[in-house]
Design a protein around this ligand. Structure first.
Ligand SMILES: Cc1ncc(COP(=O)(O)O)c(C=O)c1O
Length: 352
C-alpha cells in the first residue's frame, strides 16, 4: 500500500492538516438523503448505478454512456490501466502515488517526468514535446490541480498541452480537486468530442464524504465501454449511489465552499509567507505545499505533533522528501492554530 495523509496515532486532541477534506462538512441535502436511504440497504443497489449516472449526466451536460462511477476515484485509477492494453505511461511528477502502483500491477511501464520547483512544478509545451519524443508514452498522467504541489492549469493551457502531442496519446487527467478552484474542467473537451482524454473526479474531498467512497470519470463512450468490460459489479453501495444522484443539487453549498477556500487560501498563504524558514507554493486547491528551509521535516512533524498538530510530510514524493510538507485548509480557527504553532516552532528553531 502507498502512504497517504491521515493521522493514525493515539492523540485524541490532534488537529489533522494532513488530509484535504472540505472544512464545511458534507452538504445537508446529502446528509438527509443518506439517512432516508438507510432503509434501502436491505436490497441490492443498481448494478452499474444507472440512476446516479443519469442524474450526473444531467448535471454535467454529457451522456450517461460517457460516465463511469467508482468506489472513490481510487477504483478508477486501478480500472483504467487494467482495461487498456498495457503500454508506456509518462507521469508528470511529483504527484499522487497511486498511479504508479496501478500501472505496475497492470503490467504497464511508466516514467515519472519530474517538474522543477523553480518553475512552480509547471510544464511548458516545449518541455512536454521533448519528453514525449524521448519516451514515446501511450498515456500521459496529469493531476489538475496537482496533489501535492497545488499547481493548477487553466482549460486553455490544458488544451495547448493536449494539442501539442499526437491524438494517439491518451491523457489521464485527475481532477479530484478541481471543484475547489475557479478554473474550468476539461470535461468540456469530452462534451466537444475529444476522444483521447479520461477525466477523473473524486467526490470524497469537495463533498466531505471520504468514508462513503465515491468518484466518477468522464470520457468518450468508446473508452467508458472498455472500462465497463473490466469493472466488477456493485462496487458502489446504495448510500453512495443516493449521494451521487444529488451531489450537484446544492449550488449554494458549492459556491460557499469555493468562496471560502479561495479567501482562506489567500489569507493563510500570506501568513505562511511571513514565517521565517518556510516557503509556501501558490496553490489552486484546498491545501498548500510548503518548503522547509532547514530540510528537516521529521523534526517539524515532531515539534508540531507536540502542539497537537499533524501535517503531511512528503518522504514518499521523490524530490520533496525531508524538505517539503503539505497542509490542508481547514476552518479559520484551526488555520490560525496552525499558523501560530508554525510561527512558534520556527522562531524557536532560529533561536536555538
Ligand atoms: C489526486 C488524487 N486523486 C485521487 C484520490 C483518491 O480519492 P478517492 O477518495 O475518491 O478514492 C486522491 C486521494 O487523496 C487524490 O489525492
Amino acid at each position: 500500500m502507498n502512504q497517504h495523509g491521515g493521522y493514525t496515532g493515539d492523540n485524541k486532541n490532534i488537529l489533522d492538516f494532513s488530509i484535504n477534506i472540505n472544512p464545511l462538512g458534507m452538504p445537508q441535502t446529502i446528509r438527509q438523503a443518506l439517512h432516508s436511504a438507510l432503509d434501502e440497504v436491505d436490497i441490492y443497489p443498481e448494478i452499474d448505478g444507472k440512476s446516479a449516472k443519469h442524474a450526473l449526466a444531467q448535471a454535467l451536460g454529457c451522456y450517461e454512456n460517457q460516465l463511469i462511477l467508482g468506489n472513490g476515484a481510487s477504483e478508477l485509477i486501478y480500472l483504467f490501466p487494467r482495461s487498456i492494453t498495457p503500454g508506456k505511461a509518462l507521469i508528470l511528477s511529483p504527484t499522487f502515488n497511486e498511479y504508479k502502483r496501478a500501472l505496475t500491477l497492470n503490467n504497464w511501464t511508466y516514467t515519472p517526468f519530474y517538474l522543477k520547483k523553480e518553475n512552480g512544478f509547471r510544464i511548458e509545451v516545449e518541455e512536454l514535446v521533448k519528453a514525449y519524443e524521448s519516451h514515446r508514452p501511450d498515456v500521459v498522467y496529469i493531476c489538475n490541480p496537482n496533489n501535492p504541489t497545488g499547481t493548477l492549469y487553466s482549460l486553455e493551457v490544458m488544451k495547448k498541452l493536449i494539442g501539442s502531442l499526437p491524438d494517439s496519446v491518451l491523457w489521464f487527467i485527475d481532477e479530484s480537486f478541481i471543484e475547489f478552484t475557479e478554473e474550468e474542467s476539461c470535461d468540456q473537451l469530452v462534451r466537444d468530442g475529444w476522444k483521447n482524454i479520461f477525466i477523473l473526479r473524486s467526490l470524497t474531498k469537495f463533498f466531505a464524504l471520504p468514508g462513503l467512497r465515491l468518484g466518477y470519470a468522464i470520457a468518450s463512450k468508446a473508452m467508458i465501454t472498455k472500462l465497463n468490460r473490466y469493472k466488477e459489479p456493485w462496487t458502489i453501495n446504495t448510500l453512495a449511489l443516493v449521494a451521487a444522484e444529488k451531489i450537484y443539487d446544492d449550488s449554494e453549498y458549492i459556491q460557499k465552499t469555493r468562496d471560502y477556500i479561495r479567501k482562506e487560501r489567500q489569507r493563510v498563504f500570506r501568513e505562511f509567507q511571513n514565517i521565517n524558514g518556510i516557503i509556501p507554493y501558490p496553490s489552486g486547491a484546498d491545501f498548500h505545499l510548503i518548503a522547509l528551509e532547514n530540510n528537516n521535516t521529521d523534526w517539524l512533524l515532531k515539534a508540531l505533533n507536540e502542539k497537537n498538530i499533524h501535517i503531511r510530510t512528503c518522504e514518499d514524493f521523490h524530490g520533496l522528501e525531508g524538505t517539503h510538507f503539505r497542509v490542508a485548509i481547514k476552518s479559520i480557527e484551526d488555520n490560525n492554530r496552525l499558523i501560530k504553532a508554525l510561527r512558534e516552532v520556527m522562531e524557536a528553531s532560529h533561536e536555538a
